[in-house]
Design a protein around this ligand. Structure first.
Ligand code: F6P
Length: 329
Protein backbone atom coordinates (compact mmCIF):
# COMPACT_ATOMS: atom_id res chain seq x y z
CA UNK A 1 0.00 0.00 0.00
CA UNK A 2 1.40 3.40 -0.99
CA UNK A 3 2.11 5.63 1.99
CA UNK A 4 0.85 9.18 1.42
CA UNK A 5 2.83 11.92 3.11
CA UNK A 6 1.80 15.47 3.90
CA UNK A 7 3.66 17.85 1.63
CA UNK A 8 5.47 20.97 2.79
CA UNK A 9 3.07 23.18 0.80
CA UNK A 10 0.01 21.55 2.34
CA UNK A 11 1.54 21.92 5.81
CA UNK A 12 2.18 25.60 5.15
CA UNK A 13 -1.28 26.18 3.71
CA UNK A 14 -2.83 24.73 6.87
CA UNK A 15 -0.49 26.83 9.02
CA UNK A 16 -1.47 30.04 7.20
CA UNK A 17 -5.18 29.24 7.41
CA UNK A 18 -4.98 28.31 11.10
CA UNK A 19 -3.33 31.66 11.85
CA UNK A 20 -5.66 33.56 9.51
CA UNK A 21 -2.77 34.75 7.36
CA UNK A 22 -2.54 35.61 3.68
CA UNK A 23 -1.16 33.32 0.99
CA UNK A 24 1.69 35.68 0.06
CA UNK A 25 4.11 33.77 2.27
CA UNK A 26 3.22 30.53 0.46
CA UNK A 27 4.13 32.10 -2.85
CA UNK A 28 7.47 33.24 -1.47
CA UNK A 29 8.18 29.82 0.05
CA UNK A 30 7.29 28.16 -3.24
CA UNK A 31 10.01 30.29 -4.87
CA UNK A 32 12.56 29.23 -2.24
CA UNK A 33 11.60 25.55 -2.58
CA UNK A 34 11.93 25.75 -6.38
CA UNK A 35 15.35 27.36 -5.97
CA UNK A 36 16.52 24.67 -3.56
CA UNK A 37 15.37 21.86 -5.84
CA UNK A 38 17.22 23.34 -8.80
CA UNK A 39 20.37 23.96 -6.77
CA UNK A 40 20.17 20.37 -5.52
CA UNK A 41 19.79 19.11 -9.10
CA UNK A 42 22.79 21.13 -10.34
CA UNK A 43 24.82 20.03 -7.35
CA UNK A 44 24.08 16.34 -7.89
CA UNK A 45 24.91 16.50 -11.59
CA UNK A 46 27.69 19.04 -11.06
CA UNK A 47 30.61 16.66 -11.06
CA UNK A 48 29.66 15.52 -14.57
CA UNK A 49 29.21 19.02 -15.88
CA UNK A 50 32.26 20.51 -14.22
CA UNK A 51 30.21 22.76 -11.96
CA UNK A 52 32.00 21.60 -8.84
CA UNK A 53 35.39 22.87 -9.98
CA UNK A 54 36.48 26.40 -9.55
CA UNK A 55 36.02 26.56 -13.33
CA UNK A 56 36.82 29.53 -15.52
CA UNK A 57 33.96 31.24 -17.30
CA UNK A 58 34.56 29.31 -20.50
CA UNK A 59 35.80 25.72 -20.69
CA UNK A 60 38.00 24.08 -23.33
CA UNK A 61 34.98 23.30 -25.52
CA UNK A 62 34.13 26.97 -25.51
CA UNK A 63 30.97 26.34 -23.45
CA UNK A 64 30.03 28.52 -20.55
CA UNK A 65 30.89 26.82 -17.30
CA UNK A 66 29.45 28.39 -14.25
CA UNK A 67 30.66 27.75 -10.80
CA UNK A 68 28.09 26.20 -8.51
CA UNK A 69 27.84 29.27 -6.29
CA UNK A 70 27.00 31.48 -9.27
CA UNK A 71 24.42 29.01 -10.55
CA UNK A 72 22.82 28.94 -7.11
CA UNK A 73 22.68 32.72 -6.99
CA UNK A 74 21.13 33.02 -10.46
CA UNK A 75 18.54 30.35 -9.80
CA UNK A 76 17.47 31.90 -6.49
CA UNK A 77 17.22 35.42 -7.88
CA UNK A 78 15.14 34.16 -10.81
CA UNK A 79 12.57 32.55 -8.52
CA UNK A 80 12.54 35.40 -6.00
CA UNK A 81 11.89 37.87 -8.82
CA UNK A 82 9.17 35.75 -10.34
CA UNK A 83 7.38 35.43 -6.98
CA UNK A 84 6.60 39.16 -7.17
CA UNK A 85 6.70 39.28 -3.36
CA UNK A 86 10.25 40.44 -2.53
CA UNK A 87 11.20 44.07 -1.82
CA UNK A 88 14.93 43.50 -1.76
CA UNK A 89 17.31 40.64 -1.18
CA UNK A 90 20.70 40.41 0.46
CA UNK A 91 22.88 37.57 -0.76
CA UNK A 92 26.29 36.30 0.23
CA UNK A 93 27.07 36.26 -3.48
CA UNK A 94 26.43 39.93 -4.12
CA UNK A 95 28.26 42.95 -2.68
CA UNK A 96 25.25 45.24 -2.91
CA UNK A 97 21.67 44.96 -1.68
CA UNK A 98 19.61 43.62 -4.62
CA UNK A 99 16.41 45.60 -5.26
CA UNK A 100 13.65 43.31 -6.55
CA UNK A 101 10.18 44.88 -6.18
CA UNK A 102 10.78 47.98 -4.02
CA UNK A 103 7.15 49.13 -4.34
CA UNK A 104 4.94 46.05 -4.58
CA UNK A 105 7.05 43.58 -2.58
CA UNK A 106 6.09 42.39 0.87
CA UNK A 107 9.18 40.58 2.20
CA UNK A 108 12.92 41.00 2.66
CA UNK A 109 14.96 37.88 1.95
CA UNK A 110 18.49 37.42 3.27
CA UNK A 111 20.20 34.35 1.85
CA UNK A 112 23.32 32.37 1.19
CA UNK A 113 22.51 30.01 -1.69
CA UNK A 114 25.59 27.81 -1.27
CA UNK A 115 27.23 27.98 2.12
CA UNK A 116 30.18 25.81 3.11
CA UNK A 117 32.20 26.30 -0.04
CA UNK A 118 35.16 24.15 1.05
CA UNK A 119 32.83 21.14 0.60
CA UNK A 120 31.89 22.00 -3.00
CA UNK A 121 34.84 20.39 -4.84
CA UNK A 122 34.17 17.16 -2.93
CA UNK A 123 30.42 17.11 -3.62
CA UNK A 124 29.89 16.97 0.17
CA UNK A 125 26.99 18.71 1.95
CA UNK A 126 26.54 22.45 1.65
CA UNK A 127 23.74 24.71 2.86
CA UNK A 128 21.18 27.06 1.36
CA UNK A 129 20.26 29.36 4.23
CA UNK A 130 17.66 32.11 4.30
CA UNK A 131 15.93 34.52 6.66
CA UNK A 132 12.68 36.37 5.88
CA UNK A 133 11.36 39.62 7.33
CA UNK A 134 8.16 41.44 6.42
CA UNK A 135 7.65 45.04 5.33
CA UNK A 136 6.04 47.48 7.76
CA UNK A 137 2.34 47.15 7.00
CA UNK A 138 1.28 49.92 9.42
CA UNK A 139 3.11 52.83 7.84
CA UNK A 140 5.90 53.79 5.43
CA UNK A 141 8.61 51.21 4.97
CA UNK A 142 12.17 52.49 5.45
CA UNK A 143 13.87 49.28 4.23
CA UNK A 144 16.19 49.09 7.26
CA UNK A 145 18.17 45.91 7.92
CA UNK A 146 16.18 43.64 10.23
CA UNK A 147 17.57 41.96 13.35
CA UNK A 148 16.93 38.21 13.69
CA UNK A 149 14.20 38.77 16.29
CA UNK A 150 12.22 40.56 13.55
CA UNK A 151 12.44 37.67 11.06
CA UNK A 152 9.15 35.90 10.49
CA UNK A 153 10.82 32.71 9.30
CA UNK A 154 14.26 31.26 8.64
CA UNK A 155 15.28 28.03 7.00
CA UNK A 156 18.09 25.85 5.75
CA UNK A 157 18.31 23.20 3.07
CA UNK A 158 21.18 20.76 3.43
CA UNK A 159 22.15 20.13 -0.19
CA UNK A 160 22.21 17.50 -1.66
CA UNK A 161 20.86 15.47 1.28
CA UNK A 162 17.25 16.54 0.64
CA UNK A 163 16.57 17.78 4.17
CA UNK A 164 14.96 21.12 4.89
CA UNK A 165 14.49 22.71 8.32
CA UNK A 166 12.23 25.72 8.74
CA UNK A 167 11.69 27.91 11.80
CA UNK A 168 8.33 29.72 11.85
CA UNK A 169 7.99 32.61 14.27
CA UNK A 170 6.42 31.35 17.52
CA UNK A 171 5.26 28.23 15.66
CA UNK A 172 8.22 25.89 16.01
CA UNK A 173 11.06 24.37 14.04
CA UNK A 174 10.03 21.78 11.45
CA UNK A 175 11.99 19.35 9.33
CA UNK A 176 11.03 17.98 5.92
CA UNK A 177 12.60 15.38 3.61
CA UNK A 178 12.59 15.23 -0.15
CA UNK A 179 10.81 12.20 -1.63
CA UNK A 180 11.26 10.33 -4.91
CA UNK A 181 9.14 12.91 -6.74
CA UNK A 182 11.39 15.75 -5.45
CA UNK A 183 8.62 16.98 -3.12
CA UNK A 184 9.43 18.04 0.44
CA UNK A 185 7.19 15.95 2.72
CA UNK A 186 6.66 14.63 6.26
CA UNK A 187 6.65 17.65 8.60
CA UNK A 188 8.38 16.70 11.83
CA UNK A 189 8.56 19.05 14.80
CA UNK A 190 12.13 19.48 16.06
CA UNK A 191 12.99 20.01 19.71
CA UNK A 192 16.54 20.05 20.98
CA UNK A 193 16.88 16.99 23.23
CA UNK A 194 17.18 17.72 26.97
CA UNK A 195 18.97 14.44 27.51
CA UNK A 196 22.73 15.02 27.22
CA UNK A 197 23.44 11.46 26.05
CA UNK A 198 24.05 12.38 22.38
CA UNK A 199 25.12 15.99 22.77
CA UNK A 200 27.90 17.09 20.44
CA UNK A 201 30.36 19.94 20.21
CA UNK A 202 31.17 21.28 16.77
CA UNK A 203 33.93 23.79 15.99
CA UNK A 204 36.99 24.02 13.78
CA UNK A 205 39.47 22.38 16.15
CA UNK A 206 42.46 23.63 14.18
CA UNK A 207 41.54 27.15 15.35
CA UNK A 208 41.22 26.35 19.05
CA UNK A 209 44.53 27.92 20.13
CA UNK A 210 43.52 31.16 18.45
CA UNK A 211 40.37 31.64 20.59
CA UNK A 212 40.18 33.96 23.60
CA UNK A 213 41.82 32.34 26.67
CA UNK A 214 38.50 32.01 28.50
CA UNK A 215 36.98 30.15 25.54
CA UNK A 216 40.02 27.84 25.32
CA UNK A 217 39.72 27.15 29.05
CA UNK A 218 35.98 26.37 28.71
CA UNK A 219 36.73 23.91 25.89
CA UNK A 220 39.45 22.17 27.90
CA UNK A 221 37.16 21.80 30.91
CA UNK A 222 34.09 20.64 28.97
CA UNK A 223 35.03 18.84 25.77
CA UNK A 224 35.49 15.35 27.21
CA UNK A 225 31.75 15.18 28.07
CA UNK A 226 30.65 15.42 24.45
CA UNK A 227 31.26 13.82 21.08
CA UNK A 228 33.10 16.10 18.67
CA UNK A 229 31.82 16.48 15.07
CA UNK A 230 32.79 18.97 12.36
CA UNK A 231 31.86 18.95 8.68
CA UNK A 232 32.85 22.53 7.85
CA UNK A 233 29.45 23.59 6.48
CA UNK A 234 27.25 25.42 8.97
CA UNK A 235 23.97 23.89 7.75
CA UNK A 236 25.28 20.33 8.10
CA UNK A 237 26.96 20.91 11.46
CA UNK A 238 23.95 22.75 12.86
CA UNK A 239 21.58 20.07 11.51
CA UNK A 240 23.37 17.48 13.68
CA UNK A 241 23.32 19.73 16.75
CA UNK A 242 19.57 20.32 16.32
CA UNK A 243 18.92 16.59 16.21
CA UNK A 244 21.36 15.41 18.86
CA UNK A 245 21.73 18.48 21.09
CA UNK A 246 24.98 20.21 22.03
CA UNK A 247 26.56 23.32 20.56
CA UNK A 248 28.07 24.58 17.31
CA UNK A 249 30.51 27.42 17.75
CA UNK A 250 32.60 29.67 15.58
CA UNK A 251 34.38 31.86 18.18
CA UNK A 252 36.26 35.05 17.44
CA UNK A 253 39.90 34.51 16.43
CA UNK A 254 41.99 36.78 18.62
CA UNK A 255 45.24 34.88 19.28
CA UNK A 256 46.41 33.92 15.81
CA UNK A 257 50.23 33.66 15.54
CA UNK A 258 49.87 35.91 12.49
CA UNK A 259 47.88 38.85 13.92
CA UNK A 260 46.70 39.76 10.42
CA UNK A 261 44.65 36.55 10.49
CA UNK A 262 42.77 37.50 13.65
CA UNK A 263 39.00 37.90 13.24
CA UNK A 264 37.84 39.66 16.41
CA UNK A 265 34.48 40.33 14.77
CA UNK A 266 34.02 36.59 13.98
CA UNK A 267 33.80 34.85 10.62
CA UNK A 268 30.17 33.96 9.98
CA UNK A 269 27.72 36.44 8.47
CA UNK A 270 25.05 37.75 10.80
CA UNK A 271 22.06 38.21 8.52
CA UNK A 272 22.07 35.00 6.45
CA UNK A 273 24.11 32.57 8.55
CA UNK A 274 24.13 33.26 12.30
CA UNK A 275 20.65 34.82 12.62
CA UNK A 276 19.15 32.05 10.47
CA UNK A 277 20.42 29.22 12.67
CA UNK A 278 19.73 31.27 15.84
CA UNK A 279 16.12 31.74 14.74
CA UNK A 280 15.60 28.05 13.98
CA UNK A 281 17.35 27.17 17.25
CA UNK A 282 15.09 29.43 19.33
CA UNK A 283 12.04 27.77 17.76
CA UNK A 284 13.53 24.38 18.73
CA UNK A 285 14.01 25.48 22.36
CA UNK A 286 17.67 26.51 22.10
CA UNK A 287 19.71 29.72 22.19
CA UNK A 288 22.51 31.56 20.38
CA UNK A 289 24.95 34.29 21.43
CA UNK A 290 27.92 36.21 20.05
CA UNK A 291 31.41 36.66 21.54
CA UNK A 292 30.09 39.10 24.17
CA UNK A 293 27.30 36.72 25.20
CA UNK A 294 24.65 38.91 23.53
CA UNK A 295 21.75 37.01 21.94
CA UNK A 296 22.35 36.80 18.18
CA UNK A 297 18.67 37.58 17.51
CA UNK A 298 19.00 40.92 19.35
CA UNK A 299 21.91 42.21 17.27
CA UNK A 300 20.83 45.09 15.04
CA UNK A 301 22.88 44.81 11.83
CA UNK A 302 24.56 48.00 10.69
CA UNK A 303 26.05 46.43 7.52
CA UNK A 304 24.39 43.85 5.33
CA UNK A 305 27.47 41.59 5.23
CA UNK A 306 28.24 42.06 8.93
CA UNK A 307 30.15 39.23 10.60
CA UNK A 308 29.74 37.77 14.05
CA UNK A 309 31.10 35.08 16.33
CA UNK A 310 28.50 32.38 17.01
CA UNK A 311 27.66 29.95 19.82
CA UNK A 312 24.39 28.13 19.04
CA UNK A 313 22.62 25.07 20.38
CA UNK A 314 21.16 23.58 23.56
CA UNK A 315 20.13 26.31 25.96
CA UNK A 316 21.95 24.91 29.01
CA UNK A 317 25.23 24.75 27.12
CA UNK A 318 24.85 28.18 25.50
CA UNK A 319 23.88 29.68 28.90
CA UNK A 320 26.97 28.10 30.42
CA UNK A 321 29.38 29.56 27.86
CA UNK A 322 27.53 32.90 27.99
CA UNK A 323 28.63 33.28 31.63
CA UNK A 324 32.23 32.78 30.54
CA UNK A 325 31.88 35.16 27.58
CA UNK A 326 30.50 37.87 29.84
CA UNK A 327 33.53 37.70 32.15
CA UNK A 328 35.72 40.75 31.78
CA UNK A 329 39.19 40.50 30.30
O1 F6P B 1 30.91 30.95 6.29
C1 F6P B 1 31.01 29.87 5.53
C2 F6P B 1 31.40 28.58 6.20
O2 F6P B 1 31.77 27.70 5.18
C3 F6P B 1 30.32 27.93 7.11
O3 F6P B 1 29.34 27.22 6.43
C4 F6P B 1 31.16 27.01 7.97
O4 F6P B 1 30.53 26.72 9.21
C5 F6P B 1 32.44 27.77 8.14
O5 F6P B 1 32.51 28.73 7.08
C6 F6P B 1 33.64 26.86 8.06
O6 F6P B 1 34.79 27.61 8.25
P1 F6P B 1 36.24 26.92 8.49
O7 F6P B 1 36.63 26.35 7.17
O8 F6P B 1 37.08 28.05 8.93
O9 F6P B 1 36.06 25.87 9.53
Amino acid sequence: MYRFEQTFMNFLLQHQERHKRTYHFLILMDALISSAKHIQHYYLTGALKGNLDSAEDVNVQGEDVMRMDRIAQEVTLYYLKSSGRVIHAISEESDEIIPIHPEGGRYFVYFDPLDGSSNIPHGLPVGFLFGIAKRNLDGPEDGHLRAGKDYIAAGMFVIPTGTFTLGLKEAGAWRFHIDETMTFVRPTRIWLPEDMKNWELSFNASNRHTYAERVQKWILENESRYAFRYLGALAGDFHRVLSNGGMFMYPAIVNHPNPKKNRPEGKLRLMYEAAVVAFICREAGGAAVNEEGIPILDIQPTKHHQRTALYVGSKRLVDDITKVLKEKG
